[in-house]
Design a protein around this ligand. Structure first.
Ligand SMILES: Cc1ncc(C[n+]2csc(CCOP(=O)(O)OP(=O)(O)O)c2C)c(N)n1
Ligand SMILES: [Mg+2]
Length: 251
């Protein structure tokens, strides 16, 4: 949490030394190849990661997260086709929040379910309630097992909703009020909390303690980011692929 917060604030202690920012957080030690500011670019990066895992004969599975609108990009279709014919160990997870910036999914695609797009490539397309933790877990476990058995990729569509605007400062006035209200009632956090209580897994006190723990963790992360230094100006030419910039600078 604290390295992530530091990265968001452009601090040297961040995951990418403060040079990736909110769009490009990566942690290769954890197998996180990074987010990408180019909508649709992640599908092809995942394809490469899946091919690499298969080529090296590991039991790794690449999990690729993306939005509903990104599935209209050519990269999505190319990646699904190639992943399918090579039977690559990839789980394509679409977080369908029903909007691409201000455009609703009803307007940006002619079908209801992104999951249907799997059929065009011979890939199982599974649509699940994206606000139900256990439903997602069940579908994900199955998709990962399938990938590990060498049976190829799965397209998992998790149907959910974007509560706020596309960015802070976007009032989201294009979202119908009734639609917004209906989705707010499906908040996955209280839903899962209720499940845990009903099944005597956690008590009300346990949940309150968990809540307090998360708040503390967040406060510590913010403090860590606040107190961390900004990167040195010369670091702008470090950690890049080419040394040309360094030569230019030295000259
Ligand atoms: C190639 C490209 N085109 C356009 C944009 C501008 N853009 C940023 S986010 C976004 C919408 C993405 O919607 P979706 O894929 O549904 O993801 P969400 O933000 O809803 O999670 C667009 C068009 C971009 N970043 N990259
Ligand atoms: Mg979206």
């Amino acid at each position: 949490m604290k390295f992530m917060m530091a990265e968001l604030c452009g601090k040297v202690t961040g995951y990418c030394k403060g040079k990736g920012g909110s769009m490009h957080i990566a942690d290769r030690d954890k197998g996180i190849l990074g987010a990408n500011g180019i909508v649709g670019a992640g599908h092809d990066i995942a394809l490469g990661a899946g091919l690499s895992a298969q080529y090296r004969g590991t039991d790794q599975v690449c999990v690729c997260f993306f939005g509903d609108a990104s599935t209209n990009q050519g990269t999505f279709h190319e990646a699904l086709n190639m992943a399918s014919i090579f039977k690559l160990p990839i789980v394509f997870v679409c977080e369908n929040n029903h909007y691409g910036i201000s455009m609703s999914s009803d307007r940006h695609m002619a079908i209801k379910d992104v999951a249907d797009r799997g059929a065009a490539y011979g890939i199982p397309g599974i649509a699940v309630d994206g606000n139900d933790v256990l439903a997602i877990n069940e579908a994900a476990v199955e998709a990962v097992a399938r990938a590990r058995k060498g049976q190829g990729p799965t397209l998992l569509e998790c149907k959910t909703y974007r509560w706020r605007g596309h960015f802070e400062g976007d009032p989201g006035s294009y979202k119908p009020k009734e639609e917004q209200e209906a989705w707010l009632k499906k908040d996955p956090i209280p839903r899962f909390a209720a499940f845990l209580k009903e099944n005597n897994i956690l008590t009300e006190d346990d949940l309150a303690a968990l809540d307090a723990q998360v708040k503390t963790e967040l406060a510590e992360a913010i403090l860590f980011a606040d107190e961390s230094p900004i990167p040195a100006p010369e670091s702008v030419v470090q950690d890049i692929y080419s040394d040309i910039v360094e030569e230019v600078r030295v000259r």
